[in-house]
Design a binder for this molecule. Structure first.
Ligand SMILES: [Zn+2]
Ligand SMILES: [Zn+2]
Length: 256
């Protein structure tokens, strides 16, 4: 499985793009960044988008993506998420006030730009050669991580979360787990804020990783650093001395 990091951050600054991972050039996992990084040809390759939750750093690129792909003669791009997340996108973004409703506006070929597709918690959905299972995590709005399997290899993405259980159980159960993408948003000194906002610090991450019972000889990819604390988080993660841990970089492609 190929993971192209369009954005690994939980906020934006020059050179820091918001959360989005492109899997095998066709399945986008979260949509905080699209058009700032992908040229039009690569944008047209995206057929499906998984959205973990409704926070803007995970879906703010969707409205402009809709405009970019408007002229193409292809079926709608499927936007996959749990129902409360789809409701938020429909009611608060594509609501004909903040942005036109691209689930209704028809392209020249007569199909809408987006189709909202509901996923069910802990149920597998087959999406264009991938098997995807959403698993709820601990965040102030309804949020799911994903277990994504393709070609017999699995990736666990926790999405934004504080201290949580089920997704780590899913990581324990995933067949042929090849990598984990999980979050660190704040440095250790901001533990209180991390707790109330449903995020992790490096110290809490270490405790969360202890919930994985299998051998951690796979890459642990870190995303969602708040750009303001990037250097501090980097140092604290290095000090954890966890093997195979890596902070994701914008534009870099990883192969599992
Ligand atoms: Zn976020
Ligand atoms: Zn969030």
């Amino acid at each position: 499985m190929k993971i192209r990091v369009l954005g690994p951050y939980g906020g934006d600054m020059p050179g820091c793009f918001m959360t989005a991972f492109l899997l095998n050039d066709r399945l986008l996992m979260d949509a905080g960044t699209i058009g700032q990084v992908l040229d039009l040809k690569d944008q047209l390759g995206i057929r499906d988008v998984l959205i973990s939750h409704s926070h803007l750093d995970h879906c703010n690129a969707l409205p402009f993506f809709a405009v970019n792909i408007f002229s193409n003669d292809a079926p709608p791009v499927n936007i996959w998420a749990l129902q409360p997340t789809l409701d938020s996108i429909q009611n608060h973004i594509l609501n004909n006030q903040v942005w036109p409703d691209f689930t209704k506006i028809k392209k020249l070929n007569g199909t809408p730009v987006f189709e909202l597709r509901r996923m069910l918690e802990k149920e597998e959905t087959r999406i264009n050669g991938f098997q995807v299972i959403p698993v709820r995590v601990n965040h102030p709005v309804v949020t799911s991580g994903f277990v994504v399997t393709e070609g017999g290899k699995s990736l666990v993405y926790t999405a934004d979360t504080g201290i949580t259980e089920e997704i780590w159980e899913a990581a324990n159960d995933a067949p042929n787990l090849r990598g984990i993408i999980t979050e660190v948003s704040y440095p250790n000194k901001m533990q209180k804020l991390a707790e109330t906002s449903g995020h992790l610090t490096p110290a809490e991450l270490k405790k969360e990783l202890a919930k994985i019972r299998r051998k951690l000889d796979i890459p642990i990819f870190i995303y969602h650093m708040k750009p303001e604390y990037d250097a501090e988080i980097r140092k604290e993660i290095k000090d954890l001395r966890v093997p195979n841990i890596e902070l994701l970089k914008t534009g870099k492609t990883y192969e599992l």
